[in-house]
Design a protein around this ligand. Structure first.
Ligand code: PEP
Ligand code: MN
Length: 341
């Protein structure tokens, strides 16, 4: 439920309400607006004397949150969340976040080369996999710790945040040491132990939509992370499984406005994993930006045919550069910016 405080309620009144809620066994999440403060209270409603809260000093109203996800819901917080991911990059504001890089970190030399190229084209966040979820147990599984170090070196050299996936609760601490944004991949969207584990670390989390998940299940996964105290969740639409086989997955463009109607969390689009084919990546990226995504994630490789993973969907650097120019026009048309000079 949400406790709405009167305009200008005193700090003491806010603290008293929070303390009373804590005594009832609730978790509290105060949100300080320009005029009003609201307190999100998560817990068992049967344990609380509602009238007592309503009569407390400074309380204007108490309203239930109807959605099953609470902290992620727009009912709790109407204002969009903008997440500072470091190096002056914010996701969820007026500037588009552009995550780019190869699917996997393949070598130091290659990752540094790709990173410099994507930055020159206007990307503002580096992506790459050090721990790779692969369909086949015999496929390249990533450079692991070595890959994290390479990414950190590139991020430091170029002053860019780095985003990389964690697949196992046992690796969260290590990945959090290097990464600026921790990715939860589609296959792990409902790995609840992993969600709880990243929920208790201090880094922003990029939460990909599960291959066969509804928007509500996706937001419940975000709620798992937030319920552990980490509010910095960025959603990523990366296509879902449908009966269509001509693309790897089906990009759900309407998930962008639908999700924005339900949550205050930022959402980005990943046309690379959605289509699985470089020929369609630019069109779907343009659609994602036009639909209002807060950013995009694009896989880029200078030699897709020799890529260790996801070559068929990787854009060559020159195509990525061209796409960035197109996206700039679309972003400008909807009053957003993109980091191109
Ligand atoms: C990736 O980003 O490289 C990846 C494996 O993504 P997804 O979880 O969306 O398949
Ligand atoms: Mn990939």
């Amino acid at each position: 439920m949400i406790i709405i405080m009167h305009d200008g309620a005193s700090e003491k009144a806010i603290k008293d309400v929070e303390n009373r809620l804590l005594q009832f066994g609730f978790q509290t999440h105060p949100i300080y607006g320009e005029r009003k403060t609201v307190i999100g209270a998560i817990g068992d409603k049967r344990q609380i004397r509602m009238n007592e809260i309503l009569l407390m000093d400074g309380v204007e109203n108490v309203v239930p949150i109807m959605r099953p996800y609470k902290l992620a819901s727009k009912e709790l917080k109407q204002e969009k969340t903008a997440i500072d991911v470091g190096c002056g990059v914010t996701i969820g504001g007026d500037t588009l976040a552009v995550f780019a890089g190869p699917c996997a970190v393949e070598s130091r030399e290659h990752f540094l080369k790709m990173s410099r190229l994507v930055k020159a084209s206007g990307a503002n966040i580096l992506r790459g996999g050090a721990f790779k979820p692969r369909t086949s147990p015999y496929a390249f599984g990533g450079l692991e710790g070595e890959g994290l170090k390479i990414m950190r070196e590139a991020g430091d050299e170029l002053n860019m945040p780095i985003c990389t996936e964690v697949m196992d609760t046992r690796d969260v601490e290590l990945v959090a040491e290097y990464a600026d944004i921790i990715q939860i991949g589609a296959r792990n969207m409902q790995n609840f132990k992993l969600l709880r584990e990243v929920g208790s670390c201090k880094k922003p989390i990029l939460l990909k939509r599960g291959l066969a998940s509804t928007i509500e299940e996706w937001l419940m996964a975000a709620e798992y992370i937030m319920s552990e105290g980490n509010d910095d969740v960025i959603l990523c639409e990366r296509g879902i499984r449908t009966y269509e086989t001509s693309t790897r997955n089906t990009f759900d463009v309407s998930a962008i406005p639908v999700t924005q109607n339900l949550t205050h969390l930022p959402i980005i689009a990943d046309p690379s994993h959605a289509t699985g084919n470089y020929k369609y990546v630019a069109a779907v990226a343009r659609a994602g930006v036009a639909a209002g995504a807060d950013g995009i994630m694009i896989e880029v490789h200078d030699c897709p045919e020799c890529a260790a993973s996801d070559g068929p969907q990787s854009l060559k650097p020159e195509r990525f550069d061209e796409l960035m120019r197109q996206l700039k026009k679309i972003a400008n048309a909807i009053d957003k910016e993109i980091g191109l000079c």
